[in-house]
Design a protein around this ligand. Sequence first.
Ligand SMILES: Cc1cc2nc3c(=O)[nH]c(=O)nc-3n(C[C@H](O)[C@H](O)[C@H](O)COP(=O)(O)OP(=O)(O)OC[C@H]3O[C@@H](n4cnc5c(N)ncnc54)[C@H](O)[C@@H]3O)c2cc1C
Length: 460
Amino acid sequence: MTELLIALRETLGEKGVLEGEAVRSRQSSYWHRQPMQAQAILRPANSLELSACLRLCHAAGQAVIPLGGNTGLAEATASTAEHMMLSLERMQRIEAVDEVGRTMTVEAGAILQTVQERAAEAGLLFPVDLGARGSCTIGGMLATNAGGFSVMRYGMMRERVLGLEAVLADGTVISSLAGYLKNNTGYDLKQLFVGSEGTLGVISRAVLRLEELPTARTTAMIAVRSFDQMTALLKHLDRTANGALCAFEVMWNEFFLLNTGAHSEHSSPFAEAWPFYVLVEWQGSDEADLRQRFEQALGAAFEEDLLADAVIAQSLNEREALWAIREATEPEERYFGKTQGFDVSLAIRDMDAFVGRLQSDLAELDAHARLLVFGHLADGNLHLTVGMHEPWPSHEQVEQVVYGCVQAFAGAVSAEHGIGLEKKAWLPISRQPAELDLMRLLKRTLDPRGILNPGKIFDL
Ligand SMILES: Cc1cc2nc3c(=O)[nH]c(=O)nc-3n(C[C@H](O)[C@H](O)[C@H](O)COP(=O)(O)OP(=O)(O)OC[C@H]3O[C@@H](n4cnc5c(N)ncnc54)[C@H](O)[C@@H]3O)c2cc1C
């Protein structure tokens, strides 16, 4: 055992350092089932231990990879046998819920679902929600600035954090846990760590901003004839919702047909096929009032020719069945030999032309490739899946085509999943050289020995 590991064991105790099979028995990332590679998994039990452990690693020049639930989708926790993983799994405490101030103070290893449930017990809502809710942590979500289904109403993690404690590479604790909404006392340091993917500091605690818990929700699947009709529908529903519009999830027909067809256990609520579908949800506090206003809004949309057909969920089961169509990933896994996923941002007005051009560019590369498109229209965020059968083009060829289109439309190569290793080569498409220089300067200033998640986002 190295001197550093001995010192780490003394600092963190037996439970605080895992080695050998305890490391290899874990999966390396969400996408890759290979065993995790690392010298050890360090598991501090509180901020003091976290700080002490980073101080030791810093002195030894030991590279460390912060680890939450390992559900990130951009290979930002990828490691080699030389790295040490720094897991927050023993720091999951919910420290306080302030019902008046509508805040929750948590340790960064707290699991999203636990936070949501604890907020609900107090009649409050933690509104960032995503499919990985059972495993992803608040620290990981902050470090990736996660978004999810209700960003149009509640914002991303950046908007949901009022206070933050982070530990710098050398062990310095930067603590700003006051949790006021307004705090213009110099630079907003907490935002530096949000979206930094574990490269600038390790988030140890946070004060989260909660909302009143909606007690009523009404959901519909809507079929539309054209992209322009869909954007007009968004404006109409937002205008009439009085702040109740929480989800406007769009699906291009190929995505919808696959998720409701022979390879899926879900079925379409419509008798015929349409070019686009939208899953819409309003949330509020009065079931009858919400439903009446929702039905009126949909009726008016129909009369103004903003939709072709609509099905409103009549029960919780029906609501879940509609959401299952949007969230299903198994059909694409069953149908295609290989898939490649992308998460991009674009101006809403460019989306239709972007998808059209991408379809034709992909057809030139591989006549049998299929493009599945869905996403959060109001956020300017599309998720793209390229589905292929053998013989398929290389990973890089597909990336070249997709990111070539993103560049042509001045889009962002990552909307909500981050850069990690996966999109590192494509970052210059979305950021200016001067911006990248400033990012590197910040990295060198906060982590001069380059021990925190080295090689992720960009090279120094
Ligand atoms: C099924 C599924 C659905 C998803 N849906 C969405 C979605 O709708 N919207 C969306 O935005 N994302 C989505 N994601 C991805 C999302 O980014 C992650 O689920 C989550 O934000 C990462 O949390 P984690 O705890 O798993 O972090 P990890 O995967 O462990 O880590 C992610 C990054 O954060 C860093 N990190 C982790 N903890 C800390 C910490 N305490 N301090 C500093 N750095 C840290 C890591 O080093 C790494 O760079 C989805 C993922 C899955 C698997």
